[in-house]
Write a protein of this length. Structure first.
Length: 313
């Protein structure tokens, strides 16, 4: 089996106001760095998410509100202080969710060894009833529920190394003991959640807040010694990586000071943990979804390191 890269040209077109960090150029920068490499990856177009998929996490009224704001506006309109939507932005967000769900489908049907969705905007700050932090829909959480609903998977883990805490994924998983969330993130930093003692109703949330300037070795040892053992113990049948690259030393929003290579090593450590979990269930199922990363060169380089590691799945 070969890995799948999930893309759609709409990701290069999602309008945001000038100067906004979560911009279409992020997608173009990644494709530039990929260039003519990674020919062994199958390319898959991200489909539009169906309303039933959004409803796995979000309420009807929230979906209608986002659709109304986005659908009535050619220009980007604000959903909160830093989250914007337009007609194209809405389609883009739908395809980010659709890309996440098709990534699940591909590994569940043995059509791909693993799948990585390059779709934007990110999703891990979106709560069931709230757009936030550039995120409209909680793509990773929806993909986890989709795996349970469509494929009968019991336990799913989201592992999140974005520099920001995924308050949205945490909120979606808090009251469900079949869903596990592990996150390293800088603290203090937006959105302010993610303290070590936020553990979920079923001890199913594992948070590792880290200080500004921790560095790649410190982040990686945090995953190796604390987060990944907890994930393995949870025995997930599917692992979803919330792959944010804004912990990079060049990133304008984060300060965890990771190097591009650190993302490759960390991805390999996650794959090792997934392999341990797979010993129990007989199948290694791992997908990855793009979250943050706002320095264009650092983002492109780090994504390539991540993809190099994913080729080993
Ligand atoms: Zn982030």
């Amino acid at each position: 089996m070969i890995p799948a890269l999930i893309t759609h040209e709409i990701s290069a077109k999602h309008d945001v106001p000038p100067g906004h960090p979560e911009r279409p150029e992020r997608y173009a920068a990644i494709l530039d760095h990929i260039g003519d490499d990674y020919q062994s990856w199958q390319r898959v177009t991200a489909p539009l998410a169906k309303r039933d998929q959004l409803k796995l996490i979000h309420s009807e009224s929230y979906i209608d509100m986002v659709c109304d704001v986005a659908g009535s506006s050619e220009e980007a309109a604000p959903l909160d202080a830093d989250t914007w939507a337009s007609k194209r932005g809405y389609e883009c967000a739908l395809r980010a969710v659709g890309g996440a769900c098709v990534a699940v489908d591909m590994v569940m049907t043995d059509k791909a060894s693993t799948a990585f969705s390059l779709m934007r905007p990110p999703g891990h700050h979106a709560e069931p009833e709230k757009a936030m932090g550039f995120c409209l829909f909680s793509s990773a959480a929806i993909a986890a529920r989709h795996a349970q609903e469509k494929w009968g998977i019991n336990r799913v883990a989201v592992v999140d190394f974005d520099v920001h805490h995924g308050n949205g994924t945490q909120a979606c998983f808090w009251n469900d003991g079949s869903l596990f969330y592990a996150s390293s993130h800088q603290m203090p930093l937006f959105p302010g959640t993610g303290a070590h003692d936020e553990m979920g109703a079923y001890q199913n949330i594992f948070n590792l807040p880290l200080a500004h300037g921790t560095g790649g070795a410190g982040v990686r040892s945090g995953w190796r010694d604390h987060l990944l053992p907890s994930v393995v113990e949870a025995r997930p049948e599917l692992i979803i990586i919330s792959a944010g690259f804004d912990a990079h030393e060049a990133d304008p929003l984060g300060g965890l000071q990771m190097a591009s290579e650190d993302f490759g090593i960390l991805t390999n450590d996650i794959i090792d943990a997934a392999t341990h979990s797979a010993d129990d269930i007989g199948a290694l199922r791992l997908i990855s979804l793009l979250e943050g990363g706002y320095d264009l060169d650092a983002l492109g380089e780090s994504v390539c390191q991540h993809m190099n590691a994913l080729e080993g799945v």
